[in-house]
Every structure is written in structure tokens, then in C-alpha cells.
Design a protein around this ligand. Sequence first.
Ligand code: NDP
Ligand code: OXD
Length: 308
Amino acid sequence: MITVLFAVPDLWADYADVLPSALDAAGIRAQVVQEAEPEVVDYIIYAPSAPLQDFTPFTRARAVLSLWAGVERIVGNATLTQPLCRMVDPSLTESMVEWVVGHALRHHLGMDAQIVNPDHLWNPVVPPLARNRPVTVLGLGALGTACAKALAGLNFPVTGWSRTQKTVPGVRCLSGEDGLRQALTGAQIVVTLLPRTADTENTLNAETLALPARGAVILNPGRGPLIDDAALLAALDGGQIGHATLDVFRVEPLPQDHAFWAHPRVTVTPHIAADTRPESASGVIAENIRRSEAGEPLLHQVDRALGY
Ligand code: NDP
Ligand code: OXD
């Protein structure tokens, strides 16, 4: 019998039944608890809202399993010496694809003009076909790749950019600093799905925001610090960027006095692009614990040096 410490009190109600069931289905004899003596804990389930910050006493823990995909709030924790795994879950990915495709199509089709038309204008502006609207996805990981493929499936010419070179069928893949310039140049929709690390901070800044086509749309479901807020506001005000749809922010909830709330060409969504779904996430956790117990390598292990 292993002991799994569920260290996220505010999510306990969502996982109290489904996580034990998933472990059971994976053939693991486990007790899932909210409290335990640290030295008896075999696995720790973590999320940023967890009060647990000192992992030192968990001498027997074989892994810390994050319910979140982004791990920037734990990856630098010096007390965490156990392997750290992030969340990669089919439902999370599906949800991100829906958010990205939905918001891309909103802008591509110019839907706002029909949805808000108080003067009943008959203004037949025909949008171009997707095949004529270049889209760039920054980040070709679990989420970026799925979004790039879905957009390519709708015939958008998609370019993806990542740290290391990738091959994704139907997607022009680029990497490195020159690759970023090439990827952004002429893009009409830019999606940011990079992790927050020291290297990705302000990837979109005054210089890089000047590269997409004039009037381009930015979709950011990645992390707030990927974009220099002041540079984005200046690019919106100058018309270089036509609209920004932002799901994530440097400070969350986005403060009421932040200029993004009032800006006519910014859409704010409250960090809902892709929530972790307890049922499918429990399956992912159970599979990782099964693998660990069977001596197989853990899935989705975070590289501490890279920070993601
Ligand atoms: P992955 O770790 O699978 O992918 C990250 C991608 O970013 C990889 O392609 C990686 O390159 C690339 N990358 C990392 N650093 C750099 C760099 N310095 N330069 C260029 N490319 C870089 O992450 P996921 O796809 O699972 O998630 C991405 C992010 O989405 C998360 O970190 C999180 O911040 C955010 N997120 C937001 C949610 C929301 O609801 N808004 C929900 C879930 C996640 P390489 O492939 O070469 O390693
Ligand atoms: C995540 C998120 O990282 O919800 O999972 O942002």
C-alpha cells in the first residue's frame, strides 16, 4: 500500500473520489490522503495553490506530480529534490485547441462586426480563406503542437517555433533566434504557447511585435510574462497589432486598473483556456505512479535546468 499526499486542499473535493478510482483502475494499492507524516509519503500531488513549500521532510517521496502544465512556480524550489512531473493530459490539450481555434476563427472571420452591430449595417466584408491567413505558433510542445495541427487542418498556413528543431506534418517548423524572426515576419495571427522561463520572458517585445503583418492578432494562452505589456499596448495603439486576446497575465486576477481591461482591442479571458480536468488528470497521475512503481521512466518529467 503506497501513500499519495494530495497537497492541494482547494481541489480535494474534485479529486477525492476520482483519483483513488484511477489508481485502483491502474492496479495500484494506494491510500490518497490530505495529511500524513512526511516520511511515509510516496508521491505528492501539487498545484500552485498548495500551501506546501518545503519538500525536505519528504525523504521517501519518489515524485512530485503537478496538476498544472506550467511549473514556473515550483521548478526553482531548492527544497524540491524529488523528480517533478508536469501535467500533460488529453483533456487539457483538447481544451487548449478549442480556445485557440475558437479565438483564431473569431478574428479570422471578423465575427465581432456581426455580433455587435447596433446600427444594423449591411456591410458584406468577405474574409479571406484560411489558406491565405498565415498563423504562427510560438512553442511546439504538447499544447502548441496540437494547436498548430488543428489550425493547419483548417488550411491556415502554420509556422511553429520552438527551442529545438521539430518536425510536425503540415507545419513549417523553425527554431533559434533567426527562426523567431522568420516565424513572426508577416504572420497575421500569433499564438504564444511557451512556458514561462528566464529565456522566454518578453519574447514579444517592441522589436518582435513589429514583425507580424500590420493589424495582426495576438492570442496568448501561455503566460503573461511572454509579452512586454507596455510594448503590446503601444503596438495596439499604433495599429501594428489589431487585437490581443489574452488569457494569462503577469498578475492574476488581472488588476481592475490594468489598461488591458479598458482597451477596446484587447479581450481578456480569465485563465480558462485549458483547465486540468480531474477525471482525465487522475488517469495521467495513476499511469505515472504505475510506471514509477514498475521501475519505468516517469512521463512528462521537468528539466530543472531548462525550467519546463
Ligand atoms: P511543453 O513543455 O510541452 O512545450 C513548451 C514548448 O516551448 C516547447 O516546444 C519548447 O521547445 C518551447 N520553448 C521553451 N523554451 C523556449 C525558448 N527559450 N525558445 C523557444 N521555444 C521554447 O509545454 P505545453 O505545451 O504543455 O504548455 C505550454 C505552456 O502553456 C505551459 O508552460 C503553460 O505556461 C501554458 N498553459 C496555459 C494554460 C491556460 O489555461 N492558459 C493551461 C496549460 C498550460 P522544445 O520543444 O524545443 O523543448
Ligand atoms: C496550467 C495552467 O499550467 O492552467 O496548467 O495554466
